[in-house]
Design a protein around this ligand. Structure first.
Ligand SMILES: *Cc1c(COP(=O)(O)O)cnc(C)c1O
Length: 460
């Protein structure tokens, strides 16, 4: 160990007088600058203690400091480029908000607002009131309310309709959504007793019917949004479930998952049930996510018959699951766009990306390739046809035709490229498939091009 070097390690006070450090005091908090100086000195102390360096220069120390402060002063939750082609990428923030939704959030969060105030009466109002009309208008339901997310919605619905009672559900619909959402577990938390009927692949109306008794609280249908069983299968239709519920005076509830409000069949997608259809078929309560195919903020939307929705609004759980004003603002603005389907497709990023025409994606691929070719030399880019995914546990079997750039390099392995792009200051998230790095233009915006070119140019 070099004692001389240790003794010569610069001190915090000394470094604070350096011009580069003084400059940082203008962009970062003083405490953060000082902590980072300590971190820098500590880093070099360790190198010396481990005999890893035999000289130390102030320039090097200051360079390390600058790198560290840049990292320490940046937000931990930050933007990145989704080049995976998975549109509703749960790990990457699911749905992006439209411009109008973002404006609504800014406007409501920078100012006081009528969140729980009725302007006409001058008295206390309900936070759900602002959004109920637009939801019922779009879905055709009698009443609506919203909570923090769809998982919360499922809990609230079951706790309200089925507290201490039995919820009958098909064995084939006891799904795990991923993370920590499993239908049987959520039922336990909401104090509903699970009665599973039928078999994994086939459930009939009589399976439900044979299990109805005076303790039955709800007939539940869970849309198996994130997987498909093929072959010899049978599910009870909503119509039949509704009939059975009415006959026995038991409420019916469907957890539909994704919140599809547009008929995607028209645009060449495989059939996916819409919220409007379920409501029309007479189901008592339907719940769905705000940030899956709906393309809004994280939220759980509950629609249905007024008698049931009113009971949910009064449930004590609601207070714990309640939706925030920023979310409400974003959700209202997003839903407004659905009043005109064309507007929704144009302006809601999730919907827009899902329905982007192939030739538009190809144009983007050509343009990005041209920009990259002019700037970076260690890589080659091939434009190829491929498939994008919907993501977010929605439409798992849908393969959407797209165009991708395949990245080739004689200098770097695919894993190295993937890693270096991911570790970029603005991370570029690609996918590696069959030993190739793939960038899908469906989820890449033109405004991302600069960041991508910069990321490739800085690969060393
Ligand atoms: C996604 C999903 C949920 C959970 O919704 P979040 O909004 O993510 O909480 C619940 N049920 C189904 C069927 C889903 O697809």
């Amino acid at each position: 160990m070099n004692k001389e070097l240790l003794r010569n390690l610069p001190k915090v006070d000394e470094l604070l007088k350096e011009e580069v450090v003084e400059k940082q005091l203008n962009v970062a908090m003083r405490t953060l600058v000082i902590d980072t100086l300590r971190e820098t000195i500590e880093y070099y102390r360790n190198l010396i203690l481990k005999d890893k360096i035999d000289s130390i220069s102030k320039e090097k120390v200051l360079e390390t400091f600058l790198n560290l402060i840049k990292k320490n002063n940046a937000p931990k939750l930050k933007k990145l480029v989704n080049a995976t082609g998975t549109v509703i990428h749960t790990n990457l923030g699911r749905s992006l908000l439209s411009d109008t939704a973002v404006e609504a959030v800014i406007n409501v969060s920078k100012n006081y607002n009528n969140l729980e105030y009725n302007i006409e009466t001058g008295k206390r109002g309900l936070r759900y009131s602002h959004i109920e009309d637009i939801i019922t208008k779009i879905t055709g339901a009698e009443a609506a309310m919203v909570v923090n997310n769809n998982a919360a919605a499922v809990m609230l619905v079951l706790n309200t309709l089925c507290n201490g009672m039995e919820a009958i559900v098909s064995r084939g619909q006891l799904v795990e959504i991923g993370g920590s959402f499993r239908v049987p577990e959520v039922m336990k938390f909401s104090n509903a007793k699970l009665v599973e009927v039928g078999t994994t692949n086939r459930t009939h109306v009589y399976d439900y019917e044979n299990n109805i008794n005076e303790n039955t609280g709800v007939l539940l249908k869970v849309h198996t949004s994130n997987f498909k069983i093929l072959g010899f299968t049978e599910e009870v239709s909503i119509e039949d479930l509704v009939k059975l519920g009415e006959k026995n005076n038991i409420p019916t509830y469907e957890d539909i998952g994704s919140g599809v409000l547009i008929d995607y069949c028209k645009y060449g997608f495989t059939y996916e049930p819409t919220v409007q259809e379920s409501v029309k078929k007479g189901i008592d309560v339907v719940s769905f996510s705000g940030d899956k195919m709906l393309g809004g903020p994280q939220a759980g939307i509950i629609v249905g018959k007024k008698v049931f929705i009113d009971r949910m609004k009064k449930n004590q759980l609601t207070r714990a699951l309640r939706i925030d004003k920023m979310t409400l603002a974003a959700l209202e603005a997003t839903l407004r766009l659905y009043l005109d389907e064309k507007e929704a497709i144009d302006k809601i990023p999730t919907v827009n990306m899902l329905l982007s025409p192939k030739d538009e994606i190809k144009k983007k691929a050509i343009s990005l390739k041209r920009r990259l070719k002019n700037k970076v030399s260690d890589f080659n880019f091939d434009i190829e046809e491929d498939f994008s995914m919907v993501g977010g546990g929605s439409m798992p079997t849908e393969r959407i035709e797209t165009y991708v750039l395949k990245v080739k390099s004689k200098v770097y392995t695919p894993e190295e490229i993937e890693c270096k792009l991911r570790m970029n200051e603005i991370p570029i998230i690609t996918r590696v498939y069959n030993n190739e790095v793939i960038m899908d233009l469906r989820t890449i915006f033109k405004k991302d091009f600069d960041d991508i070119v910069k990321a490739f140019s800085s690969i060393k």
